[in-house]
Design a protein around this ligand. Structure first.
Ligand code: GSH
Length: 238
């Protein structure tokens, strides 16, 4: 039995982390028996981040490392059918999504003063009051520092929106012809892509990034279709 550790639901999302959702999609797609364990505090995770999985006592953190492990375990059921070019395209789009667009998703939630109350309610409301008043603002300050270190945080909001719009357009163009991100069929890279798009489109209320994504209707259609095809949805109200 595999246990997948994810965050409790928040912002209308039953699986609030795109990294956790993509692993859930892969486990379902591979028909591997699994259960989900909720963990509110990622500091308890092996790398201080979720997801991680426990396979009969073997702890594996990080969605990309988990995918490699699942692929090995299933004799290539995740990546085995891909040509080197398809795998390269998938790796490139993963970097765009997870090392660029993802950070703007985080900023659109955590660093927007109008949206910040939703983060407080979603992540810190269950803590006792005195702890909550310290931990929330501290975590937000760390997020701001991380965003600055990444580099995106040094740009104006308008510049960030322009970067995000180009990322979103690139994804919409990638899926325009065949409906899938690489290889013209469902692959593990669709789990990576659809989970990220679903996370930023379905979080409630809308963030500035949600509104930008809605300018590319093909993205919502794509994320819906992939979630339906796999049978795993990120949002609560399905
Ligand atoms: N490279 C990691 C990224 C995972 C990640 O960034 N998880 C976020 C949630 S979406 C997290 O746990 N953040 C907690 C923190 O940084 O304190 C993966 O692919 O699993």
């Amino acid at each position: 039995m595999i246990t997948l550790y994810t965050f409790p639901e928040a912002f209308g999302l039953r699986n609030v982390s795109p990294f956790c959702l993509k692993v859930e999609m892969a486990l379902k797609h591979l028909e591997l028996p699994h259960r989900i364990e909720l963990q509110a505090d990622p500091r308890q995770a092996p790398k201080g981040k979720l997801p991680y999985i426990d396979i009969d006592g073997q702890i594996i953190p990080d969605s990309e490392i988990i995918f490699e492990h699942l692929d090995e375990m299933t004799n290539g059921a995740l990546f085995g059918q891909l040509s080197p070019q398809e795998r390269a395209q998938g790796t490139a789009v993963t970097r765009l999504l997870e090392d660029h667009l993802y950070w703007m998703m985080v900023a659109s939630r955590w660093l927007d003063d109008d949206w910040w109350p939703n983060v407080k309610a979603g992540f810190f409301a269950s803590m006792p009051l005195p702890v909550r008043t310290i931990v929330g603002p501290l975590a937000r300050r760390q997020m701001r520092q991380t965003y600055n270190l990444h580099g995106l945080g040094r740009h104006s909001l308008d510049e960030q929106k322009a970067f995000a719009a180009r990322d979103l357009k690139a994804i919409a163009d990638m899926v325009a012809d065949t409906g899938y991100v690489v290889a013209g069929r469902l692959t593990a890279f669709d789990f990576t892509t659809a989970s990220m798009i679903a996370g930023l489109i379905d979080n409630k209320p809308a963030t500035w990034l949600t509104r930008l994504a809605d300018e590319q209707p093909a993205l919502r259609e794509y994320a819906e279709r992939i979630q339906a095809e796999v049978g795993v949805y990120g949002r609560v109200d399905i």
